[in-house]
Design a protein around this ligand. Structure first.
Ligand SMILES: [Ca+2]
Ligand SMILES: [Ca+2]
Ligand SMILES: [Ca+2]
Length: 214
């Protein structure tokens, strides 16, 4: 019984704390380790092996949103966290001194995180959260005026003085959802004024109004 008790105690630190460790080799896009959302991932750099200068992780975003990366490097280790889209293009980076980075308006799908070593050696931890945009989504696919008008499932009719929300321009390896069409009924002849606000500034945003004669 004493021997059994000793055995259980010996493995307890790994099982109970459930810390995810990076699995080498993970030194390229193709060798990336899976990285779940909302999970603390630990890794080592320049330790095991001593030539280890980067760790790649692959992450699947189940929905669009704003993605926040948080990294913490052990004292004595410095480096950077790089974020890449599904094609390997760089979306942003944060240093170990900064420790956090948010990429707004990210499309659903695969993205990659790369932890690199700049100096020293040791352990780091990182985690990723996905937060939904401030404004709720419009009904897709509404990127074509004719499709909108021909589909009861996406056609919403808005009235004078009514506000609505939508989402546009989420990116990964390319920009998706580049246009939204909405159908508005005017109760009478007059001048139309529209107002809009953006949760995140969208460069090149245009809002056009097209008149449809009865
Ligand atoms: Ca490593
Ligand atoms: Ca590595
Ligand atoms: Ca949209």
């Amino acid at each position: 019984m004493q021997a059994l008790a000793n055995s259980i105690f010996a493995i307890a630190p790994v099982v109970c704390f459930g810390v995810r460790r990076d699995a080498e080799p993970n030194n390229s896009f193709a060798e990336a380790n899976p990285l779940p959302l909302n999970t603390s991932q630990a890794g080592t750099l320049f330790l095991n092996p001593a030539s280890d200068t980067q760790d790649w992780y692959e992450l699947t975003l189940p929905a669009i949103g704003n993605v926040t990366f948080t990294a913490s490097y052990q004292a004595g280790l410095s480096g950077f966290i790089y974020i890449h889209n599904s094609a390997g293009g760089q979306l942003g980076f944060a240093s170990s001194a900064t420790g956090t980075l948010t990429i707004n308006c990210t499309a659903a799908g695969t993205i990659y995180v790369r932890a690199t070593r700049n100096g020293g050696s040791g352990t780091y931890t990182l985690s990723v959260t996905l937060n939904q945009p401030q404004f709720s989504a419009d009904i897709e696919p509404n990127g074509d005026n004719n499709v909108l008008l021909s589909s009861e499932s996406i056609l919403q009719t808005f009235q004078e003085n009514q506000a609505w929300t939508g989402q546009l321009g989420h990116t990964n390896a390319g920009v998706s959802d580049v246009q939204d069409w909405f159908y508005i009924v005017s109760p009478e002849d007059g001048n139309v004024t529209r107002q809009s606000s953006q949760a995140v500034r969208l460069p090149g945003l245009f809002i056009s109004i097209k008149r449809m004669e009865p």
